[in-house]
Design a binder for this molecule. Structure first.
Ligand code: HEC
Ligand SMILES: [Cu+2]
Length: 440
């Protein structure tokens, strides 16, 4: 009986595999796992999954059990005697057609119900957040509160969030494993996904991902969702509505808020940026980010999840490339950085800073309050001085394929495959970093 010998030799491996599986099930709940949902939508999908898994397991055991039984019971017992040969069995064939049909009909009920549930329009009082997928970052707009941000959103616990998903370039997909997803963000098409974060959980951060391959840096297209209490949310909103940092003595005083919404295009052209600002998908209107005229200094110190409370799993640990040298002791001047930011099309061609009529670019993330975000580059790097400075010096070495140019003097641009002869000095980069960090 050669077969049984072989079986006996394989047995230890089988036992090890089963043990490994069992142990894996004991591990603590992973923060990026979809199996511990914290929203209504997450729970209804989880419920469906559990049901299907349960019935699927029963079917698996019955079918495999029958298979193993038949294989053993009707095996060829001797070399000379042929086992009985059967061809066709009407009763059997009808039975094994009807049983799967019945099972399919049975599981179709909860499946279709959940599909209808998740496709229904969101309740009327939902918090609408417009989501735009970009290669390779996420733009978020809060039309109700009239501000825009990027890669990091706050949502109040207990209130339904209605995400309006669109894309500026290729297909992306929105997924926050423990809250909701996945749903595609498609160019020239609007998708919705809505859910209500549990009201009884603690204020915390959830990791979000792009789950539709969208090019070079698809794997680095993350975002963060911070679930907060309603009062923290209100405070965060008023902070986001407030304009970005201004140097104590701005060269040109900011124009009155009423004039702002009309200003962007003309100003961008004045700054010689017409060609660049006209580039993105024009079917999507530029974000209107009016200054909140009532913002007070007190509001500027409003709620942002303190760094110390950000859970470890939401903090990126990607190291910066060693090839980008920078002296981290250089001290920057935020006012000088602000001048550089809006000067000669350095950064304002692509980035907006609300309240600054010269910074209305829409190609890159809105930077109005970038200083208070956990991460930069769509969750790839921690938001601190060493990473910001190297990012500004050579974004394309930091993240493959990005639109943001390599801006440091003498830096190698991996996309153009050439070294930039002119560009920012390290001191200028330090000034820009000081400015970015002042944009709390
Ligand atoms: C041609 C357009 C362009 C220009 C010019 C540009 N950027 Fe960017 N920037 C981008 C894009 C696109 C991203 C997003 C890249 C990504 O994460 O994939 C970005 C990301 C950033 C980020 C990270 C923001 C975040 O929330 O992740 C910072 C900070 C930044 N840029 C600063 C600057 C500064 C400072 C300058 C000027 C010295 C500048 N950028 C010039 C396009 C540009
Ligand atoms: Cu992607």
């Amino acid at each position: 009986m050669i077969g049984s010998h072989r079986l006996r030799r394989l047995a230890p491996f089988g036992v090890a595999a089963v043990l490994a599986l069992a142990l894996a099930a004991c591990a603590q709940s992973y923060p990026n796992s979809t199996f511990t949902p914290h929203s209504d939508l997450g729970r209804s999908i989880d419920f469906l999954w559990n049901r299907l898994m349960f019935f699927g397991t029963i079917v698996f055991i019955l079918v495999e059990g029958a298979l193993v039984y038949v294989v053993i019971r009707y095996r060829r017992r001797s070399e000379t005697v042929m086992p009985p040969q059967t061809h066709g069995n009407v009763v059997l064939e009808i039975t094994w057609t009807l049983i799967p049909a019945a099972i399919l009909a049975f599981i179709a009920v909860p499946t279709v119900r959940t599909i209808f549930e998740t496709q229904a329009p969101a309740p009327a009082n939902s918090l609408v957040i417009e989501v735009y997928g970009h290669q390779w970052w996420w733009e978020f707009r809060y039309p109700e509160y009239k501000f825009a941000t990027a890669n990091e959103i706050y949502v109040p616990k207990g209130r339904t969030v209605d995400l309006v998903l669109r894309s500026n370039d290729v297909i992306h997909s929105f997924w926050v494993p423990q809250l909701a997803g996945k749903r595609d963000a498609i160019p020239n098409h609007t998708n919705h996904i809505w859910f209500t974060p549990d009201s009884n959980m603690a204020t915390t951060v959830w990791n979000g991902f792009c789950t539709e391959y969208c090019g070079d840096s698809h794997g680095e297209m993350h975002f963060r969702v911070v679930t907060v209490n309603p009062d923290q949310f209100a405070s965060w909103v008023s902070h986001q509505q407030a304009p970005g940092f201004f140097s104590p003595a701005p060269a040109a005083p900011p124009s009155p808020p009423a004039a702002l919404p009309a200003a962007p295009a003309a100003l961008a052209q004045a700054a010689g940026k017409a060609a660049v600002t006209a580039a993105p998908a024009t079917s999507i209107p530029a974000p209107v980010v009016p200054v909140n005229p009532t913002a007070s200094p007190a509001q500027l110190a409003s709620y942002v999840l303190p760094r110390a409370e950000v859970p470890e799993y939401a903090i990126p640990h990607t190291p910066f490339p060693d090839a980008i040298k920078f002296d981290d002791r250089l001290q920057g001047d935020p006012a000088a950085g602000e001048k550089l930011f809006v000067g000669a099309g350095t950064c304002n061609a692509c980035h907006s800073v609300s309240g600054n009529p010269l910074a209305v670019g829409t190609i890159g993330p809105n930077l109005t309050h970038v200083g208070s975000r956990i991460a930069i580059a769509a969750g790839m790097y921690i938001n601190d001085k060493p990473h910001l400075s190297r990012w500004i010096k050579n974004a394309r070495l930091m993240k493959s394929g990005v639109l943001m140019p390599t801006l440091g003097k003498g830096q190698y641009d991996p996309q153009i495959k050439a070294t930039t002869p002119s560009g920012l000095s390290d001191q200028q980069v330090a000034d820009l970093v000081a400015y970015i960090q002042a944009l709390k």
